[in-house]
Design a protein. Structure first.
Length: 492
């Protein structure tokens, strides 16, 4: 599937489900700061309605700011469970990055999904048989499609690195405790707790996936921990209502959820975050919207850009200089994290254009210095447009208009305009008999040379002709562009 297919799919689905999105109040929703996840033990003031657990009728409305977890990071943009994959997911402002936590032979913790190293690294055997240093020396980009890419080689992320990233960005983590779920004999839950307890603010935004027998021990070892319960069988709504006093979030395959189960979980003040990827990549957009239509609070996704497009709308972006004179980077404007696999248009000084694609860190290398081209990102369903233009001191052609019926010999003031097309503060020169006002206030008229900045309004005035039915035309120069103001005095 092409990288652009996901955005094409998003645009198609957004049109198809526009009425649904408006019904839920999702269209145009601004992304808020990632809120804490309520602890399961927190007081729940919601009045339960057991009748809806049998027949819910209309679905619940999920959380206004969707709870989205990016499965193994942005695994279609970078090797899974690497810092690059996590950064790219956070560039789309997901609430959580899902991290597969494994334990090394010397009881350190790293991010890796499979126990078998050969699956997605250049190593062999079981990860838990290696020391931390041995595991970190492996290349976890040694598999298609990442082998030979800009991410080859990539290092296995440590638990501490992931926690620091979450703290720095103000987001949370979904800890998938592989070392506990696989019943590793030397599993050191206390050692894991000792590390994560140093990040209480991250824990309040995070969830921990532990098997039910270990969850109670986890609660004792990690006081600020929030936990997820993954549906295992056909749990009845009444049981899920009770489990909401133990788990803050409920996950698993979307097919295991119904309106009735979601209503019961919500009555217990729990949150619902099913998988959206189990039906396959091509259907993930439909699954995201289906989850929300059932009342889910969010999803765990393989495609954070698609989830962002469908549930919230595009992130704000900016184009910033890269690390070389000829590189430029497309980043999330608010957190500075790069957006890869986006097409930028490069407009050279001779007017010709070419296209480049962003890669590592959202950056692209240009065939000329950044100082010799305008860079434009047209935007898509997941990322808003951005532009970086060459310094330009000359605005587009402008005019202050024409006024008629002016009293002879009186001061005539033009309409207010905002000159466009220039990008840096620019010199103003008033023509003979012209005065101007920046901001169009009545107390700062001047004929002296000055400077105007982009986004500023300006007015001019001159003394009208002393004879009736007579034209007078004066000028104002901004940069190299000259604009005119014309008046005609009233007829006799």
């Amino acid at each position: 599937m092409r990288a652009t297919d996901g955005m094409d799919q998003a645009m198609h689905l957004m049109k198809r489900f526009a009425g649904f999105c408006l019904l839920l109040g999702l269209a145009g929703l601004a992304q808020a700061a990632v809120p804490d996840i309520p602890a399961a033990e927190s007081p729940c003031v919601k009045l339960p309605r057991p009748d809806r657990w049998l027949s819910a009728g209309d679905a619940d409305t999920g959380r206004a700011v969707p709870l989205v977890s990016s499965h193994r990071g942005a695994l279609s943009l970078a090797p899974e469970n690497t810092l690059w994959a996590y950064r790219y997911a956070l560039a789309y402002e997901v609430a959580l990055i899902e991290v597969d936590v494994r334990q090394t032979a010397d009881r350190r913790f790293v991010a890796f999904h499979d126990s078998d190293l050969a699956a997605k690294s250049n190593g062999e055997g079981r990860l838990e048989d290696l020391t931390y240093d041995q595991a970190r020396a492996l290349n976890v980009a040694d598999y298609p499609p990442w082998k030979g890419s800009v991410y080859d080689p990539s290092q296995m992320a440590s638990l501490e690195e992931v926690l620091e990233l979450a703290r720095a960005t103000g987001h949370g983590i979904e800890f998938d405790m592989k070392f506990m779920l696989d019943s590793q004999p030397t599993a050191d839950l206390a050692g894991f707790a000792a590390i994560v307890n140093r990040y209480p603010e991250v824990l309040r935004r995070s969830i921990i996936n532990l098997p039910p027998p270990a969850a109670q021990l986890g609660k004792a070892l990690i006081p600020e921990g929030r936990f997820i319960y993954n549906l295992l069988f056909e749990e009845p709504p009444a049981l899920l209502y009770g489990l909401a006093r133990q788990a803050s979030v409920f996950g698993s395959d979307l097919a295991k959820f119904s309106r009735e189960k979601i209503a019961a979980i919500h009555d217990g003040c729990g949150l619902v975050m099913p998988h959206s990827y189990d039906a396959g990549r091509e259907r993930e957009g439909e699954q995201i919207l289906l989850a929300r239509s059932l009342g889910a609070d969010g999803v765990q996704t393989n495609q954070p850009a698609l989830a962002r497009a469908l549930l919230v709308g595009p992130v704000a972006t900016a184009l910033v200089p890269g690390t070389t004179p000829s590189s430029v980077c497309l980043v999330n404007r608010d957190n500075g994290l790069g957006l890869p696999q986006k097409t930028l248009r490069v407009r050279k000084t001779d007017g010709s254009t070419l296209e480049v694609r962003t890669e590592l860190a959202g950056c692209a290398e240009l065939p000329m210095p950044l100082s010799q081209a305008d860079i434009l990102f047209d935007g898509d369903a997941s990322a808003a447009p951005a532009e970086r233009r060459l310094p330009d001191a000359d605005p587009d052609p402008f005019s202050f208009g024409v006024r008629t019926g002016v009293a002879a010999g009186s001061w005539a003031v033009s309409q207010a305009i905002e000159p466009l097309g220039y990008t840096i503060p620019t010199r103003i020169r008033a023509g003979t008999g012209t005065e101007y006002s920046l901001g169009c206030t009545q107390d700062n008229w001047t004929a002296a040379q000055g400077t105007i900045s982009p986004g500023t309004t300006i007015c001019v005035r001159h003394s009208a002709a002393g004879s009736p039915n007579t034209l007078r035309k004066t000028s104002l120069q901004i940069g190299k562009t000259v604009g005119y103001f014309t008046t005609r005095t009233e007829a006799p």
